[in-house]
Unconditional design. Structure first.
Lengths: 385, 293
C-alpha cells in the first residue's frame, strides 16, 4: 500500500495578499477580475468571503452582488509564484518524490519512509506548522493510499486540517460524501448523476460497474473506480524542460531582411537569458522561419555547449541566412535552444603553476596521440656544466 | 547545519531620505547617524571611499561612533582610480592601506570586514582583466577582498584568494543573475534592487550629468516578501560552505534598503523577532509583524 500526501495551500492567493498587507486579515478578500468591468471570475476568496456564498470560479459580478463590501484585488501573481516556489523548496527537503499539481497543490509519495519520519499523520502536522511558521501560509493535508483519496482528504480537511484515511477504510470514508467531492465531477456530471438518483459517493460505489460503463462511458467507469477507493498510486515524474524557444509573429508580414535579423537578435537575447537563469548551457540552436504563404522551415545546428548571446546569435543568423532563399515576405521568425547540459563546474581563476602544467601535458598527450610522439617536445634541456 | 556568522547592513548610512523612515525626525545635537545605525546592524559598506581618499580623522571618528557595538564591521569600497579609471600609483595604494590598517588594527577589536573592489559593467572577462585583477589582489594581499564584477562573462569564475560578490540586480542584457558564490571562506551579497526600467535608463545616460535623484533612481526598489524569502533561502544554501556571509542592501532610496535588511535578518534567523526603531515600522508597516517589544 502506498502512502500519498496531498498538500493544498488554503485560499493561497488570499494568504499571500495578507502577507503583503496584514490589514487584510479577517476581512472578506477576493482575488480575481475587477468587478467594475463586470466580466471575469473569482480566482480565490477568503473564508470570510465564502460565508457570503462566494467561491472560486464564480462570475465576479455575482460575487460583488453577494459581497459588495469585500476587498477586491487583482492580485500579485509573480508573488504567488515566488511563495509557491518557497513551499516547493521546503517540501523537497523531506519528500522523496513530489509532483506539483498546480500553484498551490503538491502530491508527495512517502511510501517506505516510516522509519525516517514515523507516523505520517504526526509528520504531516509538523510539515503544516513548519509552512505556517516559516512562510505564514496555512494549508490542509490529506493522506491516503492513492492520489484521489489523498486529494479528497485534503479537501475534507479544509481549512488547516489533516485527514488520513487508513488502508481498507477508503470506501467507508467516501460513502457519505456528496458526488461532487470526487475530483473531476463538474456541474454537468453532477446533474446527470442526480437525475439518476446518485447523491453520495456510496450510491455510486454500490451500483454495478457495468452499469456505470454503459450509462456514463469511460468517464463513468473512472468515476466508479474512484468511488470504490481506487486511484493513481504513482506520481508523475518531474518533467524537465527540453527546449527554450521564442518566436515573433509580425503584425504585418515583413520583407526587410535587416528587420528580421534584428528580431532574431532580440529573440536570442531572451532565450539566452532564460537559459542562464536555469543555469544551463545548450548545444543545439534552431531557427524557425515562416513565410507569408505559410511555408515553414526549421533549421538546426549543434555547436559547443554555450549560453553566450553572441555565439547563439551568430549561429542563428547563419542558419537563417542559409535557409532564407525565397524572396517572399516573412510572417514569423523564431529561435529555439535544445540539448541542454548543466552549466559547467566553476573555473578557478588564478591557476597555480601545477594546474597549468597539468593542462599542458593533457594537451601534449592529445597532440602525440594524433601525430605521433615526436610531434611535440619540451623545449630546452638543462645544459651540462 | 553549520551557521556562519552573518553580517547584515546597507551600502552607506548617510542618506537624508532615511530621516523619518529610519533616523528619527527629531535629532538632538549629539545625535549621531552611524552610532544609531550600529545599534541595529552589524555591518556597513563604506561607499564614500570610492569617490575620495578618506581622511584618517574621519575614519577615527567612525571608530568612536561604533565603539558600543560588538562585532561591528566596515567593508570599504576601493577608490575608483583602481577599479574604473585603472590608474594609480604608490601614493594611492598607501592612502587606501592607511585607512584599512586603521580599521584593521583597532585596539579593542578589528573593525575591518574587508576591501570591496567594484568593477564597472564594461570590465568583461579576458586575459587582460584577469591579469589586472591579479595584480590588484596582490597589492592588497593582507586584507580580505570582495570583488564585484557585473558582466556575465565572469559567470562560474571563482578564486581561492578572494570572494566574488554575489549580486542581485535587474536582469537585462548580459548581466549576471543572482546565483550566490563563495570564495575565501566567505560570501558577499549585494542587493541592488530590481528596478529594470530605471536601470536601463541609467545605462543609457551613463556619463551624462544627472541629479542625485536621477543617479539613484535605479536603486529605488523595495524587494517583496516573496523575493526576500527567495534570497534568504539561497543564502541559507551557502551555510555549509563558508564561515561568514555579508549581506549588503544597496537599494537605498527612501529607506527600502533598511526595511529589506531587517526583513532578511528576520528570515535568516528563522523568523525571530527583530529589534527595530519605531520610524522604520511606521514607514514600512509590514515590518510590524516581526518587531520585538
Amino acid at each position: 500500500m502506498r502512502k500519498i500526501i496531498h498538500l493544498d495551500l488554503d485560499s493561497f492567493f488570499v494568504s499571500v495578499e495578507r502577507i503583503l498587507d496584514p490589514s487584510l486579515r479577517g476581512k472578506p478578500v477576493i482575488v480575481g477580475a475587477n468587478p467594475a468591468y463586470g466580466r471575469g471570475v473569482v480566482a480565490a476568496c477568503s473564508y470570510e468571503a465564502r460565508e457570503y456564498g462566494l467561491h472560486s470560479a464564480m462570475p465576479i459580478n455575482r460575487a460583488y452582488r453577494l459581497c459588495p463590501h469585500g476587498v477586491y484585488l487583482h492580485g500579485h501573481h509573480d508573488e504567488y509564484a515566488r511563495f509557491s516556489k518557497a513551499v516547493e523548496r521546503l517540501l523537497k527537503k523531506y519528500a522523496p518524490q513530489m509532483e506539483q499539481a498546480s500553484i498551490d497543490e503538491f502530491y508527495m509519495d512517502f511510501t517506505g519512509t516510516e522509519r525516517i519520519y514515523g507516523s505520517l499523520f504526526l509528520f504531516a502536522k509538523k510539515l503544516q506548522s513548519e509552512i505556517e511558521e516559516k512562510l505564514s501560509l496555512p494549508c490542509s493535508i490529506g493522506i491516503g493510499g492513492n492520489k484521489t483519496i489523498a486529494k479528497i482528504c485534503s479537501e475534507y480537511a479544509k481549512p488547516e486540517g489533516i485527514t488520513c484515511v487508513y488502508p481498507g477504510m477508503e470506501k467507508d470514508f467516501l460513502a457519505p460524501l456528496p458526488v461532487e467531492t470526487v475530483p473531476g465531477v463538474g456541474k454537468v456530471m453532477q446533474r446527470a448523476l442526480k437525475d439518476k438518483g446518485f447523491r453520495t459517493i456510496g450510491d455510486i460505489a454500490n451500483a454495478p460497474e457495468e452499469y456505470f460503463g454503459a450509462a456514463f462511458g469511460k468517464h463513468g467507469l473512472a468515476l466508479w473506480r474512484k468511488a470504490n477507493g481506487e486511484g493513481k498510486e504513482y506520481l508523475n515524474p518531474p518533467h524537465k524542460r527540453k527546449s527554450i524557444s521564442k518566436e515573433k509573429t509580425y503584425g504585418k508580414d515583413v520583407s526587410n531582411r535587416k528587420e528580421i535579423e534584428e528580431t532574431l537578435f532580440k529573440l536570442t537575447g531572451k532565450v539566452c537569458q532564460t537559459l542562464r537563469n536555469k543555469n544551463r548551457v545548450a548545444s543545439t540552436i534552431g531557427v524557425k522561419l515562416r513565410y507569408s504563404d505559410f511555408v515553414t522551415l526549421t533549421r538546426e545546428k549543434t555547436i559547443k555547449p554555450t549560453d553566450d548571446d553572441k555565439t547563439v546569435f551568430e549561429t542563428a543568423l547563419e542558419l537563417f541566412r542559409k535557409a532564407d532563399t525565397r524572396r517572399v515576405s516573412v510572417r514569423l521568425i523564431g529561435v529555439r535552444l535544445t540539448n541542454f547540459d548543466d552549466f559547467a563546474e566553476q573555473e578557478e581563476l588564478f591557476e597555480t603553476e601545477e594546474t597549468i602544467r597539468k593542462k599542458m601535458f593533457r594537451a601534449i598527450n592529445k597532440i602525440r596521440d594524433k601525430f605521433g610522439y615526436s610531434a611535440i617536445n619540451l623545449g630546452g634541456f638543462p645544459k651540462r656544466n | 547545519m553549520n551557521k556562519p556568522k552573518l553580517y547584515i547592513g546597507t551600502a552607506g548610512w548617510s542618506y537624508k531620505d532615511w530621516i523619518g523612515s529610519f533616523y528619527p525626525f527629531k535629532q538632538s545635537k549629539e545625535f549621531n547617524w552611524l552610532e544609531f545605525y550600529s545599534r541595529y546592524f552589524n555591518a556597513v559598506e563604506v561607499n564614500s571611499s570610492y569617490y575620495a581618499y578618506l581622511s584618517p580623522r574621519v575614519a577615527e571618528s567612525w571608530l568612536r561612533q561604533v565603539e558600543e557595538a560588538d562585532d561591528f564591521l566596515f567593508t570599504v569600497k576601493l577608490h575608483q582610480d583602481f577599479t574604473h579609471k585603472r590608474k594609480y600609483g604608490k601614493e594611492q595604494i598607501e592612502a587606501v592601506k592607511y585607512i584599512l590598517d586603521l580599521l584593521k588594527k583597532e585596539e579593542r577589536e578589528e573593525r575591518l570586514g574587508g576591501l570591496l573592489m567594484q568593477f564597472p559593467y564594461s570590465f568583461g572577462f579576458n586575459d587582460g582583466a584577469v591579469d589586472y585583477l591579479r595584480r590588484l589582489i596582490e597589492t592588497f594581499g593582507e586584507y580580505d577582498k570582495f570583488v564585484e564584477v557585473r558582466h556575465k562573462s565572469w559567470k562560474g569564475k571563482k578564486a581561492k584568494t578572494v570572494t566574488f560578490c554575489s549580486i542581485d540586480q535587474p536582469e537585462i542584457g548580459e548581466s549576471i543573475g543572482f546565483e550566490p558564490v563563495t570564495g575565501n571562506g566567505a560570501a558577499y551579497i549585494r542587493l541592488h534592487g530590481r528596478n529594470t526600467e530605471a536601470w536601463k535608463k541609467s545605462l543609457n545616460n551613463f556619463g551624462k550629468k544627472q541629479t542625485y535623484e536621477e543617479q539613484n533612481a535605479r536603486y529605488q526598489y523595495l524587494y517583496s516578501p516573496g523575493e526576500i524569502i527567495e534570497i534568504a533561502d539561497k543564502i541559507k544554501e551557502l551555510y555549509d560552505e563558508v564561515k561568514k556571509i555579508f549581506v549588503i542592501a544597496n537599494n537605498h532610496p527612501r529607506g527600502d534598503a533598511v526595511a529589506n535588511a531587517f526583513e532578511l535578518m528576520h528570515y535568516l534567523s528563522d523568523r525571530k523577532k527583530i529589534r527595530m526603531p519605531e520610524t522604520i515600522v511606521s514607514a514600512y508597516t509590514q515590518l510590524n509583524e516581526f518587531l520585538t517589544n
